[in-house]
Design a protein around this ligand. Structure first.
Ligand SMILES: NC(=O)c1ccc[n+]([C@@H]2O[C@H](COP(=O)([O-])OP(=O)(O)OC[C@H]3O[C@@H](n4cnc5c(N)ncnc54)[C@H](O)[C@@H]3O)[C@@H](O)[C@H]2O)c1
Length: 314
């Protein structure tokens, strides 16, 4: 079946899936969106509710469907699976969600799907690796949302700290989307200036303290939100729109999606986030930004943690 570049499928319509579907409807990127969930009523309810906003947005076809509807989609976004409960880490979800991911990929594989898989369910790096291996699709077509959200949080925090538009901040969170992630401080720029120079321009000289505080806040923000409102979904929904936009519009945007490492920084056969050029084919190329020795060690430690989990679960 020919691929319809204006069609998206959402598998999983809980907090994250429904918020992402709602944000995608408003983005006007697609003309057709199919919602799939193990709970058919949930998918039908969300399709109806979101469709009722269409009169205030722009026309598109939104409906609850089955895997038979994914064949011609340009992108399948997978958000199905259990979410973190208070006190749980993302890695605690592995057993439940790996099983769900395998069953979903099994269904997709039976269809003639030629588009891009965007994995959002956690632990996203492990599940993206599983999706890649189970599907047998080329690595450019299997993307994890990775640290795109964490990077958005990082840029927001830095923007607040420095009194500058977060879109003028170029700074990445890389590695695992989880507890072992790290901030690539040595590569961070604001308006082309090294971040420490921009900080001093703004009267901030206490770099070490600020860096620790901002990074801790970014790393722990999912825990904070979950303890307060039981789930996180608006931020990730916007990240899903951003990634879909880069694909649908063939933007060649650089963002830290998670992808298969094939020798970058000496890392092989593990999926994690470093910046990559994203276009209509998914991952065009990975961009190995410059890291300090400490950052490189932290990235390797993050990869080792993920590899240990893969060894026991894949
Ligand atoms: N990558 C990120 O940055 C990020 C951010 C937030 C949440 N998440 C993750 O997204 C996932 C979803 O979170 P949520 O808050 O929406 O959870 P949720 O419990 O609200 O929704 C999960 C949905 O998945 C459905 N589901 C379960 N098994 C399924 C299957 N086999 N096929 C189809 N649908 C199935 C459930 O019926 C439910 O509607 C979690 O793993 C969560 O940790 C990721």
């Amino acid at each position: 079946m020919a691929l319809n570049s204006r069609k998206v499928a959402m598998v999983g319509c809980g907090f994250v899936g429904s918020a992402s579907a709602f944000a995608l409807m408003q983005s006007k990127l697609f003309s057709e969106m199919v919602l799939i969930d193990a709970d058919q009523n949930r998918a039908e309810g969300e399709a109806l509710d979101i469709s009722h906003g269409m009169a205030f947005a722009s026309p598109m076809k939104i409906y609850a469907g089955t895997y038979d509807d994914v064949s011609d989609a340009a992108i399948i976004v997978i958000t199905a699976g259990a979410n973190q409960k208070p006190e749980e880490t993302r890695l605690d979800l592995i057993q439940k969600n790996a099983k769900i991911m395998r069953s979903i990929i099994g269904e997709i594989k039976k269809r003639d799907f030629e588009g891009i898989l965007l994995i959002v369910s956690n632990p996203v790096d492990i599940l993206t690796y599983i999706a890649l291996k189970e599907s047998g699709y080329p690595a450019n077509r299997v993307i994890g949302s990775g640290t795109v959200l964490d990077t958005g949080r990082f840029r927001y925090e830095l923007g607040e700290h420095l009194g500058v538009d977060s879109r003028s901040v170029h700074a990445y969170i890389i590695g695992e989307h989880g507890d072992s992630e790290l901030a690539a401080w040595s590569d961070a720029r604001v308006g082309g200036l090294k971040i420490s120079d921009f900080c001093e321009l703004r009267g901030h000289f206490n770099h070490e303290d600020s860096m620790t505080r901002i990074f801790d806040h970014v790393k722990n923000s999912a825990y904070e939100i979950i303890s307060k409102k039981h789930a996180t979904y608006y931020g990730i929904a916007m990240a899903v729109v951003r990634i879909c936009s880069a694909i649908v519009r063939d933007e060649k945007s650089i963002m830290p999606v998670s992808s298969l490492m094939t020798g970058e920084y000496g890392l092989y056969d593990v999926v994690l986030s470093i910046p990559a050029v994203v276009d209509a084919n998914g991952i065009e190329t990975v961009v190995p930004i410059e890291l300090s020795e400490t950052e490189l060690l932290a990235l390797k430690k993050s990869a080792d943690i993920l590899k240990d989990i893969l060894k026991d679960n894949v």
